[in-house]
Design a protein around this ligand. Structure first.
Ligand SMILES: CC[C@H](C(=O)O)C(=O)SCCNC(=O)CCNC(=O)[C@H](O)C(C)(C)COP(=O)(O)OP(=O)(O)OC[C@H]1O[C@@H](n2cnc3c(N)ncnc32)[C@H](O)[C@@H]1OP(=O)(O)O
Ligand SMILES: [Co+2]
Length: 135
C-alpha cells in the first residue's frame, strides 16, 4: 500500500549551488548528502515537516539525471511514494498494467529499497516506490 509522498526529486546541475538556493528557500539546511553510484547521482535531502526534497546531480553523462537535464533542463524529476511492502506493491502495479523499470527492488538513497515506474504509463510523471530498509 502507498502510505505517503516520501520525497519530491528535483534534477539540478550543481548540488552545491542548489543547496544554497534551497537552504534560503526552505529556511533549513540539508540533513543528508549521499551518492548512489548505481544511479549515477549524488543527492542532497531537505526536510520541511513531513515533506522531503531530494536534489539530484548527475555524476556521469549516462546518468538518468544528465539525460533529463539535457532534454528538459533542471526541474521536478520524480515523485516518490512510501510503501509498506515494495514487493507486494510492485506485483499489484504490474497487475494493473504499469511498467516497472526494475524487476527487483534496488538500493536507493536515504536507506530505502526503490523501484521506478515508466512515466509513459503514469501521465508523464516518473514515479518511485520507496520502502524503508529496517536494519
Ligand atoms: C535511487 C536513488 C534516488 C532515490 O530516491 O533513492 C533516486 O531517486 S535516483 C533518480 C534517478 N534514477 C532514475 O530516474 C531511474 C529511473 N529512470 C529511468 O529508468 C529513465 O530515466 C527513464 C526510463 C525514465 C527515461 O530514460 P531515458 O531518459 O534514457 O529515455 P528517454 O530520454 O528516451 O525518455 C523516454 C521518455 O520518458 C520521458 N522522461 C524521461 N525522464 C522523465 C522524467 N523524469 N519524468 C517524466 N518523463 C520523463 C522522456 O521525455 C521521453 O518521453 P518522450 O515523450 O519520448 O520525449
Ligand atoms: Co528519489
Amino acid at each position: 500500500m502507498l502510505t505517503n509522498v516520501e520525497h519530491i526529486g528535483i534534477a539540478v546541475k550543481s548540488i552545491a549551488a542548489s543547496n544554497e538556493l534551497f537552504t534560503k528557500l526552505l529556511n533549513v539546511s540539508p540533513y543528508k548528502s549521499e551518492a548512489v553510484e548505481s544511479e549515477g547521482v549524488t543527492t542532497s535531502f531537505f526536510r520541511v515537516n513531513q515533506t522531503k526534497i531530494e536534489l539530484l546531480e548527475a555524476t556521469n553523462p549516462d546518468s538518468p539525471i544528465a539525460r533529463f537535464i539535457e532534454k528538459k533542463g533542471e526541474g521536478i524529476h520524480h515523485l516518490a511514494f512510501e510503501v509498506d511492502d515494495i514487493l507486494a506493491e510492485m506485483e499489484r502495479l504490474q497487475g494493473e498494467g504499469f511498467t516497472l523499470l526494475n524487476e527487483t527492488p534496488r538500493r536507493g538513497a536515504d536507506n530505502k529499497l526503490v523501484c521506478f515506474l515508466h512515466p509513459k504509463g503514469t501521465n508523464g510523471v516518473l514515479v518511485e516506490l520507496c520502502q524503508e530498509i529496517k536494519e
